[in-house]
Design a protein around this ligand. Structure first.
Ligand code: BV8
Length: 243
């Protein structure tokens, strides 16, 4: 694909860059997207499982779903899109990577300034608020899990350190992401169907703050009409061309 001249110009002249990624950026690494057909597990839709209600009704089943996903993702590698974003970060004095993905592949690709809006599938926390372990976020759980559901050292059940539908995002992380959208001069939104809020509103926030907005996606999305340039194609191919 040929990158349009005005995009090259914006990439060169940008000083403050913010990037929002979704499941599409990890698709080429083999991670099933949320709304693609491969995202199904035992015929459940992610929206039916990634909720506090599903977890309180059937913690074992929700944990089996996460254990399955962790097993699937454990051996996967960042793709050229993740690597391009890690390289891009080095080129700008101000660069914020906002991700909806919970797979940890941006970190594996050596990105640094990452805001994980929806948490991280490799982290867990205790379900008991006053747990002696505190809100200690654990990273040391094996894959596959030895015990389902896994237990905290205090004996209570652990939960994935993930933001479920109907749960609020971490206010500090959300504030940092919104600030990055408001203060950037270049906003790249890649691999997201732009339906999940509040992430789906971020390109609009950047645009109304005067940023030049580039969308990278093989399909059209609800924000395609409002971005400055829509680059049709896979992020693994296009993002390296933008660096
Ligand atoms: C909240 C963790 C306060 C789980 C996830 C306003 C209006 C309507 C509804 C709401 C609203 N505000 C809040 C809501 C409710 C809800 C929501 O947005 N519902 C939607 C479905 C309508 N939001 C919330 O509950 C959020 N909380 O706002 O709190 C509140 C609470 C209640 C009510 C009001 C306010 C919390 C949302 C977080 C949910 N957790 N993940 C887990 O992973 O286990 S979201 C989940 O969807 C993933 O994180 C995923 O990243 C995210 C978004 O999906 P995408 O990343 O876009 O992936 P998708 O498969 O959809 O699309 C892939 C895209 O990639 C496609 O466009 C495809 O074309 C493209 N693609 C494919 N291949 C490639 C590619 N692109 C590039 N290259 C490729 N190779």
């Amino acid at each position: 694909m040929e990158i349009p001249l005005n995009v090259k110009e914006k990439i060169r002249s940008a000083v403050r860059v913010a990037v929002l990624t979704g499941a599409g950026v990890s698709a080429e690494s083999g991670v099933p997207t949320f709304r693609g057909k491969e995202g199904l597990w035992r015929n459940f839709r992610p929206e039916e499982l990634a909720t506090p209600e599903a977890f309180s009704q059937n913690p074992k089943m929700v944990w089996e779903w996460y254990d399955w996903r962790r097993g699937l993702i454990a051996g996967l590698k960042p793709n050229s899109g993740h690597v391009a974003l890690a390289n891009m970060e080095k080129k700008y004095p101000h660069f914020t990577l906002i991700t909806q993905n919970v797979d940890g592949l941006h970190e594996k690709a050596d990105s640094h300034n990452i805001l994980e809006l929806h948490g991280n599938i490799w982290r867990t926390r205790c379900t008991v608020a006053g747990c002696t372990e505190g809100e200690l976020v654990k990273e040391n759980l094996e894959t596959p899990l030895r015990e389902i559901p896994p237990r905290c050292d205090c004996g209570a059940m652990l939960r994935p350190h993930i933001v479920w539908f109907g749960e609020s995002l971490n206010p500090k992380i959300l504030q940092k992401a919104t600030d990055a959208c408001r203060n950037c001069d270049l906003f790249i939104v890649a691999g997201t169907s732009a339906v999940v809020q509040p992430a789906a509103s971020m390109a609009g926030i950047a645009a109304s703050a005067g940023a030049f907005v580039i969308e990278v996606n093989p399909d059209h999305t609800p924000i395609t009409e409002r971005v400055d340039v829509h680059l049709h194609g896979n992020s693994g191919e296009i993002l390296p061309l933008l660096v």
